[in-house]
Design a binder for this molecule. Sequence first.
Ligand code: AR6
Length: 171
Amino acid sequence: MAIEIVEGDITAQQVDVIVNAANSSLLGGGGVDGAIHRRGGPEILADCRKLRAGHYGRGLKVGQAVATTAGRLPARWVVHTVGPVWSSSEDRSSLLADCHRNSLRVAASLGAVSVAFPAVSTGIYRWPLESAAEIALSTVAEELADSSVEMVRFVLFGQQAYDVFRAASSA
Ligand code: AR6
């Protein structure tokens, strides 16, 4: 098992699965979600609309994950997950852990061996990076111990996020 930490743009990653920090509507948004749909092209949104027309009529719940095509991206699939919005009055850590665990389980069910994650919830959803890094790294390490996924790469946008994840990984 291997966990890599790199700085970069997740849409350029050559892996089987890239994870999208989506919202419950599955119909696109800003941040990494916007970048994935822009670069992946309309096939991803078409798949998301099919999901909404079927089993996910009410959208995707926080902490859950579901796969679509990756369209024109170098990856084979996009696994969409919905992170929790940060709250200073309520501990939603288990939901952020669920995002990582469920994304890996969906990836494994597809036969993926390599998966790239962004720092889910740390942008528009305002989760503090240090805490998100700790939850993401520990959950992924735990899940990888018993998974057919062999490699997880955290792709951090910008030096600061990269530094925080690196520090958390050696803590
Ligand atoms: N590659 C890697 N990381 C990126 C990229 C990229 N191309 N672009 C942004 N990030 P966010 P959230 C980083 O806001 O907090 C959307 O509107 C970014 O710097 O994308 O989970 C959805 O539709 C940050 O560290 O996701 C939801 O409504 C991290 O990705 C909402 O935002 C996550 O930031 C989800 O908010």
